[in-house]
Structures are given as C-alpha cells and as structure tokens.
Ligand binder design. Structure first.
Ligand code: FAD
Length: 583
C-alpha cells in the first residue's frame, strides 16, 4: 500500500500513537522519505496554509545513554509522553577533544542535516539536530521539520506538476475516445489541502523517525558562541549546547529583489504551495528551474503565468535544451518578457498588483496588472543567524566554502547541502554528502562525495532531464573539434493520437569525437524525462561510450530506446527529425 498517498486523518494520528505506545510503530509506519532512503513517512492531520511545527521546543528523540562513547543503552519508547519526550537530561560526555554534550550537533533538519544526523547515530555518535523555520516575510508561512525539499521544494512542486499533467491527460483522453466533460477545472484549495496534508504526514513521520533513530531533535534556531558551543533559541527559552563537531546544513531561502513593494506584495515558492487563494494571473520573475516549473504547473492548472527573464533561461543548463523548454512553454501560451527587470510592485484598491518593469536592452518601461507576483530570482544561503564569525568560519557570497571532505576552514566544523559554495543544490546531493560525511566522521569510512555527473530534471510540465556536461561546457573543456554531438527528434507513442509536436521530444548525446567516444553528457526532453535519465546516469558514471550505447538493445516502444539509435551527428548537418518510429 502506498501510505504516502493515502488520505490523512486525525484518526490516523491517534491510531499511530496507539501503535507507538505498544512499541510496534517501526513495523507499522515505515516508508521512504526525501531525507534518507530508510526513513519513514505517515499521515498526521488535515492541512492548512502556513503549517506550524507542533513541537514547541526541543525534543529529545534519543535515549539519555552515551551512544557516542560506545555505551549504547537500548532505546526506551517514551510512550508519547511529551515531558518524557522533550526533557531527557543531557549527560556530558568525555570525547577525545574534551567534555561535550554531544559528539555532533547538526544545524538544519533538511535533506542534508537529517541524513547526516541519522547516519552519525547509526555509527555510534551521540547527535542533536536543530531545525528552525523563520516565517516568510509576506504571508508568514512556516512549516515543520524536513527542510525545503519536503515542505516547499521538490515534493510539493512534483505534486503540483502531477496535478498539471493529469489535467493535460484528461484533455488528451478525449482523442483516445474517452467521453470527457469539456468543463473540467481544477480546485486550487483542494489541491493545496491535499499537498499540505501529505507534507504534514511527512513532518510527523520525520519526527517519529528521529525519535526511533535516537537523534535528539531541537526545534530551535542555532547560532555559534564559539567553535564548540552553540546557542539554540527555542520558542520561549534558550539553551547552550556543546559538541565536539558541528555540521552546518542550513540550506537556503528565496531572494527578494530590492525594489519597492517586493516584500510587501510579492510571494515566493515558500508561500505558493500553501497559498490560500487562487494565484490567478501570475508574474513569475526569474527563469531558473524553479521559476519555469512554477509557471509550468500554474499554466497546466488553468492560470495565466507570465515569465520575466532578465538574461537567459535555465542558466547552467545546456542552452539549446533550455531554449527548447522555453519555446514549448511559449507555445503553450506562457508569455516570456525577455531582457526585462521589475522596477516596483504597487497594490491597487481592487487588490491587483501593478508591476512596473523595464526592458534592459531598449530601456523602455512598461506596466501590467497581476493577481500574484512570484519571485524566483535565486536563493541565498542562511548564514546570517549562525554568527559564524564567533566560530571563525569563512563565508563566500552567503555560502560556506568547504574542502573535498566538506570541512570548513575550522577543523571541527563541516558543511553539507545547499549551504556549501559552488556545488549542485539538489536533494540527492545533500542526502548523499551528509551520509558520507557521517560515515567518515564516525564509521571509519574514507569515501568522499562526488559532485560530478549529477543527473537532474526540470518539470515545466514538459520534462527535461540531463546528466553530465552540456554541449557548451564540453566544447569549452575539450574544444569544438574534439566533441561529437549525436542528436535526434523523436515522436513518442504518447504524441501520436493527441497529435503533439515532434519538436518537444528531443535527445542529445555529447561525446568524445575520437577514440573510445566516451559520452560526456546526455540530454533528453520529453515524457518522464527524469525516469529515463536516471538509469543512463549510472551508465555515464561507469564510463559509457557511444559504442556501448549503440550496441544496447532498446525497449520498444519507449522514448528511452531512442538513445540507443542516435546516429545523426550535428556535424553531419543531416536532418534529425524522424522518418519512422520503428525502423
Ligand atoms: P534545507 O532542506 O533547506 O534544510 C535546511 C534546514 O535548516 C531548514 O529547515 C532551515 O529552516 C533550517 N535552518 C536554517 N538556519 C537554521 C538555524 N540557524 N538553526 C536551525 N535551523 C536552521 N531538488 C531536487 O533534487 N529535485 C527537485 O525537483 C527540486 N525541486 C525544488 C523545488 C523548489 C521550489 C525548491 C525551492 C527547491 C527544490 N530542490 C529540488 C532543491 C532541494 O529542495 C534542496 O537542494 C534541498 O532541500 C537542500 O537540502 P538542505 O538540507 O541543504 O537544506
């Protein structure tokens, strides 16, 4: 049974508490979540906008035993007694470096922090994990433990993407002979409630999981007093915590532009997934993947997004693919205001937002009314509250530089996830880096995180997935004469009956031109792109060559098989549009 998708109810929480009391929760409520492959998920209560972490203050999720010193005491379930759960005394422990409350304190209970904290406990460390979410400046939206991915990132985004795809599928169903009522329309508040219900279930199970795994969860904002001491600001008190090691995993939050009305009237992705009204006509400012994805699902749900682009679309991605994504969105009726920047946002008497903006090339100014303005202009690292200077930790452009072992310039302080400087900001990267760091710190392991060839997907809702180098990066790295690009358009079976354009299924393999023809990068635009590229990512990491790719037998009829038939090179100038699907 897919418990993640099952309906939520307060009844379930009661049942879960009962099961927990009887000590068999581990068997009844185990599911996977974003923070760890072995973590748990389950339902909690019906959702409302701006969910709150219900914990109040610190939650001692572990036993009072000194697991880190090797003297693990069997974990006693606290039988859901809040006092017992949250007020376990901390026993000072003697470690190599001195006497500390913990071996490790992790600051940030998101993908990276949770993975690191749980793995450290598994390897015998005594660990506390602090997590605190500051409300958004415009709407005061807050959420529970689990970080960006589960609360305001990958998961709500993918759920809304799915909602949008379903709407599209219903329309396409008519072409397949389904009698579909033309007047189908989405119910935004129901969608938001379903999404928030799911998120609350994950928050709940994350906390249960931390308790099970003996990580002490502290719902507090951490700031350094010195390199071994942290001050945790709790709901109505403060607590000083000492540790031999610290892992900073505080992630980031969306930026706001410095223009009049931006904070008062604009929202960000942190507010969108729990917005208590329909977004309506929405100006999405920013054409990174978050902006495009939000615009994409809003359009799919029947709203009117416009995308404002300052310079280029999907910076950092292959630009040919990025432009294909943008043109597919434009073809779906999403206007792109290119080379434009916002100047101000003013609220009108009728509640509409007047946005004044400027074309950066012509200098021409214009204005337009919107119901919602969504800032998607990038994210900043949450270094401000940490008082990093007290611990002597260096900062670079609101991120923390680390070496290849995720160590900061202070030897007992590490950083993982979105907060580190110059690395991919993705959940699986954060999780693996956090887990590997914990294994190195407490498990005697030596494996380091490999940040190269990380696969990713943009859901607009047309999906674009890639792994490895973009065409331009391969050319920059190896020179144009040494790079061969194999490419082709393809008409997947999904496109036949609804008569969808072949222009929006395109594949590209960027490879070495001579020798073994090692594949440097794979790019795919089309249905279920993320699912297609994931397996190829493993092949690419294992040294995939063009020869191996061409000698792999495809699965017919799929779009993924097209990668095994890419024979036209860009250099040849031959037409990459398909003549037939099956030869
Ligand atoms: P976070 O998950 O942000 O966790 C950090 C936690 O620390 C937060 O709870 C924060 O409130 C807390 N914190 C901050 N400061 C303090 C402090 N001083 N004391 C205590 N706690 C503190 N990635 C993907 O791989 N795939 C996707 O499809 C995808 N989609 C996304 C869509 C959106 C809209 C967004 C915004 C992000 C998306 N991401 C996606 C990125 C992904 O969510 C992040 O890479 C990931 O969550 C980073 O994890 P983290 O642990 O580094 O930080």
């Amino acid at each position: 049974m897919n418990l993640c998708n099952s309906r939520l109810s307060v009844t379930f929480v009661r049942q879960c508490s009962t099961i927990f009391t009887s000590g068999i929760l581990q068997n009844k409520c185990r599911l996977s979540s974003c923070s760890s492959s072995s973590s748990t998920q389950r339902n909690m209560s019906s959702g409302q906008r701006g969910s709150r972490d219900s914990s109040g203050s610190s939650g001692s999720a572990g036993s009072a035993g000194t697991a880190g010193a090797g003297g693990a005491i069997p974990f006693q379930h606290p039988h859901c007694d809040r006092a017992a759960m949250y007020e376990q005394p901390v026993r000072k422990m003697r470690t190599k470096g001195g006497t500390y409350d913990y071996d490790l304190v992790v600051i940030g209970g998101g993908s990276a922090g949770l993975a690191c904290a749980k793995e450290a406990v598994l390897n015998g460390a005594r660990v506390a994990c602090l997590d605190f979410v500051k409300p958004t400046p415009t709407l005061g939206t807050k959420w529970g433990v689990g970080g960006t991915c589960v609360n305001v990132g990958c998961i709500p985004k993918k759920l809304m993407h799915q909602a949008s795809l379903l709407g599209e599928a219903v329309h396409e169903a008519a072409a397949y002979g389904w009698n579909v009522d033309d007047k189908i329309k989405p119910d935004w508040s129901k969608l938001v409630q379903s999404v928030q219900n799911h998120i609350k279930s994950v928050n709940w199970v994350t906390r249960v999981d931390l308790r099970d795994k003996k990580v002490e969860y502290i719902n507090g904002l951490g700031s350094f007093v010195d390199a071994h001491t942290m001050l945790a600001k709790l709901k109505s008190s403060e607590r000083t915590i000492t540790a031999q090691n610290f892992v900073i995993a505080v992630g980031g939050r969306p930026r706001y532009p410095d223009i009049p009305g931006a904070v008062e009237h604009g929202i960000t992705s942190d507010d969108l997934f729990s917005l208590d009204r329909e977004p309506g006509k929405t100006l999405v400012v920013g054409a990174g993947y978050i902006g495009l994805e939000c615009a994409g699902f809003l359009k799919g749900l029947g709203y009117e997004p416009t995308v404002m682009v300052r310079s280029i679309v999907l910076r950092g991605f292959d630009q040919q693919m990025a432009e294909l994504v943008a043109s597919s969105m434009e073809e779906r009726g999403i206007p792109f205001l290119r080379k434009s920047v916002p100047l101000s946002v003013e609220k009108q008497d009728d509640g509409k937002l007047l946005v004044k903006y400027k074309n950066t090339e012509t200098g021409e100014e214009a204005e337009e009314l919107f119901d919602t303005v969504l800032w998607a202009i990038g994210r900043k690292g949450l270094v401000e509250d940490l008082n990093l200077s007290n611990a002597g930790v260096s900062v670079q452009k609101d991120k923390i530089p680390v070496d290849s072992q995720e160590t900061t310039n202070v030897p007992n302080i590490y950083a993982v996830g979105d907060i580190i400087y110059g690395k991919p900001e993705l959940t699986p990267v954060a999780v693996l880096a956090g887990r590997l760091l914990a294994r190195r710190l407490y498990g005697g392991a030596t494996q380091r995180m490999d940040y190269n060839d990380v696969a990713t997907t943009v859901f607009t809702p047309l999906e674009y997935a890639c792994v490895g180098l973009s065409e331009e990066d391969a050319v920059k790295q190896y020179g144009e004469d040494e790079v061969e690009v194999f490419h082709g358009y393809y008409k997947p079976t999904e496109f036949f009956i609804p008569q969808k354009s072949v222009r929006y299924c395109y594949l590209k393999a960027v490879a070495e031109r001579h020798g073994d023809q090692r594949v440097y990068g794979l790019h795919y635009l089309g249905p279920v792109a993320g699912e297609v590229i994931q397996g190829f990512a493993a092949a690419l990491k294992s040294g995939l060559t063009v020869n191996t790719l061409m000698n792999t037998v495809g699965i017919h009829p799929t779009t993924a098989e097209e990668f095994t038939r890419l024979s036209i090179t860009k250099r040849s100038g031959l037409d990459p549009t398909p003549a037939s699907c099956c030869s």
